[in-house]
Design a protein around this ligand. Structure first.
Ligand SMILES: Cc1cc2nc3c(=O)[nH]c(=O)nc-3n(C[C@H](O)[C@H](O)[C@H](O)COP(=O)(O)O)c2cc1C
Length: 606
């Protein structure tokens, strides 16, 4: 029977965690009930990107985009859309104003400005089905490459201007050339899938949604440098990615696209997974190599670089997931096409994981040079609840915060570095007016201090000392000399740490000191947190003029610190209050106020 409708369901991490599986199972039950299961094809795809709209479903041939689905909505879609041909408008995207506008995915503002290269197949194909990858030009680049010389491949990648998407932005073609030129019988290709930046999930989405592109990218790299073996170093926290990769590897082998004599040529290449235990430092290439060899994942001094001496002492090419996902497209469409996208020094596109205080959290791929304002306000839909934008953190724990005055900065490697942050692997955490920038710096430093492998003293001890100072400041115990001590420590650690983890760990502190020094000073001199976020420096009080005695706050308080009867003004016992903010969250009358604790102390002293 011919298929009349195809339904794509997003099976990215966010959609799965918001109930995609139960939506799908109701959908399948309903299709069976109406004998539609043979004419309606249901496909689970990788992450479509619009993560806060999940679970998402697209019904073809019309391409109608349904969002925020509950299991019972699947029933409605079958009964109305599939049986009666009527679009279920209550399930369409509503937009920030609540009015229904776009019916199809392509009309959603979140998607219109994106240019998808690395994420081209996400949300489009079934990651479990190699035929769907092949139908979308999959493995064509590999076959083209096998008919060309390795030198041609390297030249093409060099000409494309592709730079590593794992953080450092090193020219990919050049790295391939170095590794090719390292004379050795055996060489290796490693896909670095250890993504560990807080707020980043670009690589995971590509691995889960389009595993064959990584296999193809690695094979092309292997052919170019003269390697027969590749490892994908993927963290154990990504079980779905591991499952899909394993499946893809065995499918590719079955099709003669991986293993011995690929596509009946002399080229043989095999891929093995190596599961990382989730240490951030293992993303650093020398630590990763140690870990692949079964040793403790700690960095070692460079040079020699992995291109000279990597796994088992052999020349090794390490590339990030997103870098590799670009390769087949560059080969298929040509270096010139790729380098026509982006800026002078940063070619192509970049995938960002938008998170934090943003309306449209998710995965976006845009041409290099797109401004922060376009990404955050046009694609990301701006800041929720009418709050003001305060800063955006890029580059994870190795990066820094950019304030509102630089929102028109085009995003590329150089301009972000000029602002004191980095592109990193593409995490973008948006912050609103309620965010304390000192606390943000402390959060990222805490991460680096916890993840320090302890091998070198500046990173092991230095980050801890910086953290102690930041703790003092956010708790209102800081002194002005602490700022100088922080800066001295930061610069010393940057200069003397063994690897990239330590060398970049002070960046969040340095960048917040650069743009938000007044907030540090307010914490120290006035014992106030300007964002009213640091627990030690704020208190909650109930405004007697606004309180209607609804009791919601008292019921929400986990420590019974709120006293009051129905329709009478309530009061918070400051001694018992643990400042969890539950009362503030539930009050519908704006009666619970956050105040500086110094003011409360003053008023109670009067
Ligand atoms: C502490 C630390 C963690 C890193 N984590 C990752 C990671 O998770 N994924 C990644 O691709 N690169 C990571 N990198 C960068 C890699 O060491 C390396 O530069 C990169 O994988 C090279 O690939 P590329 O040239 O394709 O970007 C990390 C670097 C440091 C210092």
């Amino acid at each position: 029977m011919p298929v009349e409708n195809t339904i794509l369901i997003c099976a990215g991490g966010a959609c799965i965690s918001s109930g995609e599986e139960s939506v799908k199972s109701v959908l399948e039950e309903e299709l069976k009930k109406y004998n539609l299961d043979e004419v309606v094809k249901v496909i689970e795809t990788g992450c479509m990107g619009a993560c806060n709209l999940g679970p998402i479903m697209i019904v073809y041939p019309e391409g109608v985009f349904y969002q925020k689905l509950k299991p019972q909505d699947a029933k409605k879609i079958v009964e109305e859309h599939l049986l009666k041909g009527r679009v279920v408008s209550s399930l369409l995207y509503k937009g920030p104003t609540g009015t229904i506008k776009p019916r199809v995915k392509e009309e959603l503002p979140f998607f219109t400005r994106q240019v998808k290269i690395a994420t081209r197949n996400l949300g489009l194909i079934d990651p479990f089905n190699i035929d769907e990858y092949i139908a979308n030009d999959g493995y064509f680049a590999l076959s083209k490459v096998l008919k060309s010389s390795p030198e041609w491949v390297i030249e093409e990648i060099k000409k494309s201007g592709l730079r590593g998407r794992g953080g450092a932005g090193f020219p990919t073609g050049l790295k391939w050339e170095f590794t090719r030129k390292s004379a050795a019988e055996e060489k290796y290709v490693i896909c670095n899938a250890d993504e560990g930046d807080p707020g980043a999930f670009m690589d995971r989405s590509v691995l889960e949604g389009d595993p064959h592109t990584i296999i193809e990218g690695m094979e092309i790299a292997g052919y170019a440098i003269g390697a027969k073996k590749g490892y994908i170093y993927v963290r154990a926290e990504y079980p779905l990615a591991i499952e899909r990769l394993n499946h893809a590897i065995s499918q590719a082998k079955k099709y003669g696209l991986l293993g011995e004599n690929i596509l009946n040529t002399d080229f043989s290449f095999d891929i093995e997974l190596r599961i990382g235990a989730g240490a951030f430092v293992c993303g650093e290439e020398t630590a990763l190599i140690q870990s692949v060899e079964g040793l403790r994942g700690q960095p070692i001094q460079k040079p020699p670089y992995p291109a000279q001496k990597g796994v088992w002492g052999k020349p090794t090419l390490i590339n990030n997931v997103e870098t590799l996902a670009n390769i087949p497209v560059i080969i298929n469409k040509g270096a010139e096409w790729f380098s026509s996208i982006g800026t002078e020094k940063s070619k192509g596109t970049k995938v960002f994981a938008l998170s934090g205080k943003i309306n449209n959290a998710g995965l976006v791929e845009v041409p290099m040079g797109t401004t922060l304002r376009e990404i955050i306000f046009e694609i990301g839909g701006g800041i929720p609840n009418g709050k003001k934008f305060k800063a955006v953190q890029t580059g994870g724990p190795s990066g820094g915060c950019i304030p509102a005055e630089y929102l028109d900065t085009p995003v590329d490697y150089e301009s972000l570095t000029k602002l004191g942050t980095i592109m990193g692997s593409g995490g973008m955490v948006v912050m609103d007016e309620d965010t304390c920038m000192v606390d943000v710096a402390r959060y990222f430093l805490q991460f680096s201090a916890d993840e320090s492998c302890g091998k070198c003293t500046p990173c092991r001890e230095g980050t801890k000392r910086m953290l102690e100072i930041l703790d003092k400041i956010v708790e209102g115990r800081g002194e002005m000399s602490d700022i100088e001590a922080l800066e001295n420590l930061a610069l010393t650690i940057k200069d003397s740490a063994l690897c990239g983890l330590g060398q970049t760990a002070p960046n969040p502190v340095l960048s917040t000191l650069r743009y938000f020094r007044d907030e540090y000073e307010a914490h120290i001199k006035e014992k106030r947190c300007p964002a009213k976020s640091c627990k030690s420096l704020i208190a909650y009080r109930i405004d007697p003029n606004a309180c209607v005695g609804c009791t919601a706050c008292a019921r929400a308080c986990p420590v019974n610190a709120i006293d009051g009867k129905v329709r009478q003004t309530h009061k918070i016992d400051q001694q018992a209050c643990i400042k969890c903010g539950s009362c503030y969250e539930v009050c519908r009358f704006d009666a619970v106020k956050k105040v500086d604790s110094v003011d409360l102390l003053k008023s109670s002293a009067v």
